[in-house]
Design a protein. Structure first.
Length: 128
C-alpha cells in the first residue's frame, strides 16, 4: 500500500498570501518555522497550515485543506454534483457543501474532482 505524502501549504493571514517558498515546521514550537536559511518568529494566528490530502484533481493539481472543489458523489445509483470546501474531520478528508458532506462513506468520483479556488482567495465561490 502506497503511503500518502505528508506536506503542507501555509497561508499568511497578515500578508494575505500563501508562502511562496518551501517551509518546514519546527516541532519544538509552532511560533517559529524555517524556510531555507531564513528564520521567522510569528504568532500562531498569523499562519494557517493546510495539509495535503494525498489526492490530485482531474488536472493533476494537489488538493489541500481549504481548497474549494467541484465533485461528483455516488448516492445509491445516482451521481450528485456539488461544490464544497475540503476539510479534515474525524480522521478523514471530506468536502462540505452547506450541511451536506461527501466523505469516504459516500463514494466520490476522484476523476471528477477539480480545484476551483480556496477559502482565503475565493470565499465567494462557496456562496455561488
Amino acid at each position: 500500500m502506497k503511503q500518502r505524502e505528508i506536506k503542507f501549504r501555509v497561508w499568511d493571514n497578515h500578508q494575505k498570501e500563501f508562502l511562496s517558498y518551501p517551509c518546514f515546521i519546527n516541532h519544538l514550537t509552532f511560533k517559529e518555522f524555517e524556510a531555507f536559511d531564513r528564520m521567522f518568529d510569528v504568532e500562531q494566528e498569523d499562519l494557517c497550515f493546510q495539509q495535503y490530502t494525498g489526492l490530485k484533481d482531474k488536472n493533476n493539481k494537489d488538493i489541500y485543506e481549504g481548497d474549494i472543489v467541484t465533485f461528483r458523489v455516488l448516492e445509491g445509483s445516482d451521481a450528485i454534483e456539488g461544490k464544497g470546501e475540503v476539510l479534515f474531520v474525524d480522521g478523514m478528508f471530506c468536502f462540505k457543501k452547506g450541511v451536506w458532506w461527501a466523505t469516504n462513506d459516500r463514494y466520490f468520483m476522484q476523476e471528477s474532482l477539480e480545484v476551483i479556488g480556496n477559502i482565503f482567495e475565493n470565499p465567494e465561490l462557496l456562496s455561488s
